[in-house]
Design a protein around this ligand. Structure first.
Ligand SMILES: Nc1ncnc2c1ncn2[C@@H]1O[C@H](COP(=O)(O)OP(=O)(O)OP(=O)(O)O)[C@@H](O)[C@H]1O
Length: 287
């Protein structure tokens, strides 16, 4: 036991910078090889090779000599088989290497990530704009932003939309006397998933008496899931938000924007969503 521990410690101690580089380069190569195989028919070939290796091990254990000889013969010529079978993929890989496409691929990934973050910040801005515009015109609205807990059962009570979230579309949905204005909009992954959805009503005593069913519905869903819900009161134009069974009212434009950016693009927001909501609550108390 002690010997094994010593051996392992010695092995780790002898790892140098070149070994780390070597492992790094191999990992990148394997990653791209796997990526390439996933996109192509080579996936099946790899599976086949895997089965052959397992079969060889089994036939060795069971001492099937002829089968073992045949399988090891096939596998020993493995590199030639791989070159022949993967020829188109290998050619593509070498072409990409030649054109520096691999490095470009990594850059594209980074750019795509940044674009996605900017896109979600855009969603936050659009939603903030819509809520402020509806507050100005005292257009009642109710918007639920789904988080970890899926809201499929809520979405099913309404009309599926699955559209890019823009302030115009949101404002349009809540125009009085239009078919979808009654009920709630559900936002999933920065898109409008559905409108006209029915939310469970809260029976909490904590809600102010003057608040009606729109506010009760916003509270109800926040007691049942981890979503964040925003609403504008048709009577007062006040923007409120519910989360985890708590309501925060009188959100001003700055706080609203901050909360929404924290909600949609938390990785580019320096302050956590919880902190933003706490700030909003403090502001509300001093209101
Ligand atoms: N369970 C529910 N699920 C989704 N939306 C609901 C639900 N109950 C009511 N609403 C929405 O709330 C609207 C009625 O709001 P009501 O005036 O009763 O509430 P309120 O809290 O006083 O809001 P407001 O301040 O806007 O008047 C309905 O027309 C409907 O759009």
């Amino acid at each position: 036991m002690e010997q094994t521990v010593n051996m392992l410690t010695n092995s780790f101690m002898s790892i140098g910078i070149w070994d780390i580089l070597d492992i790094g380069i191999m990992s990148v190569l394997i990653y791209y090889l796997l990526k390439l195989t996933i996109q192509t028919r080579a996936k099946q070939v790899l599976k086949g090779l895997g089965i052959l290796i397992v079969a060889l091990q089994l036939s060795d254990i069971l001492q099937f000599q002829t089968l073992s000889w045949l399988l090891s013969y096939i596998l020993n010529s493995g590199i030639i088989i791989i070159v022949v079978l993967f020829q188109p993929e290998l050619r593509r890989l070498l072409e990409q290497l030649g054109r520096n496409k691999i490095l470009q691929g990594a850059r594209d990934l980074l750019v795509a990530d940044t674009e996605a973050a900017l896109d979600l910040t855009g969603v936050a801005e659009e939603m903030a704009r819509a809520l402020q515009n509806m507050a100005k015109t005292k257009t009642g609205c109710l918007i639920v932003v789904e988080r970890q807990v899926p809201l499929n059962d809520i979405i099913e009570t309404g009309t599926r939309i699955d559209a890019r979230l823009t302030s115009q579309l949101l404002e349009n949905i809540f125009v009085v006397n239009t078919p979808l204005h009654d009920g709630a909009v559900v936002v999933r992954g920065g898109r409008i998933a559905a409108a006209g959805c029915f939310l469970p009503l809260s029976d909490s005593d904590a809600l102010a008496k003057e608040l009606g069913t729109r506010h009760r519905a916003a509270m109800g869903i926040s007691e049942n899931a981890d979503c964040v819900t925003f609403l504008v009161s048709e009577e007062t134009g006040v923007i409120s938000m519910t989360r985890e069974g708590q309501m925060t009212r009188y959100l001003n434009s700055k706080t609203l924007r901050e909360v929404l950016v924290g909600l949609f693009a938390p990785h580019i927001s320096k302050v956590s969503l919880a902190t933003r909501i706490r700030r909003a609550r403090r502001e509300r108390k001093t209101h």
